[in-house]
Write a protein that binds this ligand. Sequence first.
Ligand code: PLP
Length: 492
Amino acid sequence: MNFISTRGKDQVINGASAIAKGLADDGGLFVPEYFPNLSDRLKDLLEMDYAERAATVLGSFLEEYDKAELLSACQKAYAKFEDEDPAPVVRTDDKFYIMELFHGPTLAFKDVALTLLPYLLRKGCDISGIKEEVLILVATSGDTGKAALEGFKDQEGIKIMVFYPSEGVSDMQKAQMCTQEGNNVNVVAVKGNFDDCQTAVKKIFSSKDFNFDLKKRGVVLSSANSINFGRLAPQITYYFSAYCDLVNSGEINFSDKVNFVVPTGNFGNILAGYYAKKMGLPIDKLICASNSNNVLTEFFAGGEYDANREFFKTMSPSMDILISSNLERLVFELSNRDAALTESRMNELKKQGKYSITETELEKLNEEFFADFCDEDECLQEIYDYFEEYGYVLDPHTSVAVKVAKNFLSFTENQNATVVLSTASPYKFTQSVLKAITGKSVSDAFKGADMLMNETAMPIPTQISTLKTKEKRFTKVIDKTETLNAVIDFLE
Ligand SMILES: *Cc1c(COP(=O)(O)O)cnc(C)c1O
């Protein structure tokens, strides 16, 4: 299958090259030329384990990857998860489910894709004849950074550098990144917010001079952010997998429709759900949940994307984003794949910080999606309520999604099973979760973890308990204007 750029000015290339490159030369994002339909294979998927499902979904896009090798890569990646199933679905109430995507090496849903991306990327380079060393640049709001570092550490022929907002991640996330092991990794804090990091990284990607300079050094850039199709594709699998699990356990009938609720930041996770729907999965509503940075909620309500607004630091930092990169892929579909229009909208976004879609596009959007947000108080309250009612501990991101799901279900006739995607372990955000459940504030994240365990009896994952004694290797903080120099330093 071929891939095209959302802005229409890059060459048509295969999936291997799209993954190796990450971002199109025209600044657009790679999208598949069409969506393979898996409706006829849904019955087969029911019988498969997770790795087989993943290999089936990925194989339908990535025809140039060897099928047996792809399956074996999926098996290896998903063996790194705590349970056999990396995406178990837990029933908490009648027709209400939580899909737990946080049992991987770094305790966030990003692991589902980033345990597999190193293979997809390495192989993608081989297939497309890229011999250079690959330098992966990552802008992170906390979880991508750690998951990417863990996935790519000590991988031959690859270097990885991560930029995170110095005051924009949780203590536990910072501890995870600062103590990263591996001989090919680097982590730098940037004074600013996530959008500053993302903009800086995008700028480096699009600098012709710098890329030319890199080529001379025998290095090419690539991306592990969800703008890379190799990040997106593995995320499609768990929508299929959750559906199959619900059918297999008798919770729904085959071909019943379900809703998915997704705590959203850069729009990568929920976009994978939209792609799953386009591939024939019986999804009814995709529910886009935001925190106080509710730029997406307003976009879905009025058709204007306006990033000119106050930026809030919340307790769900992975959703503290004003420019949701992957929305470009959705807008591209909404416009019936009008690349020129998509490009002009993205240019408006860059210049004026906003753009609008048409009434017709907005109607189409609202047939497929529902969007809402919840503020900090509601988020805390929902963690408390959920624990009281079900004895189940939500992290702040998942809490936002649960709250929005409840809003949706309170006024709709929609009777479908509803699955909330749980994106992080509560222990990554111990202080907020502890405060929500007990009212207590602690400054030490590890002490908070002990207190949270005493309160909830939820075991502390070893990835958290072992952090305390690890050496802090990366403590540098830089200005956002210094990112390019930091990259050059790392290479030398
Ligand atoms: C990354 C992340 C999100 C947001 O996902 P997007 O794909 O960026 O929309 C939500 N919750 C957690 C815990 C995350 O790490």
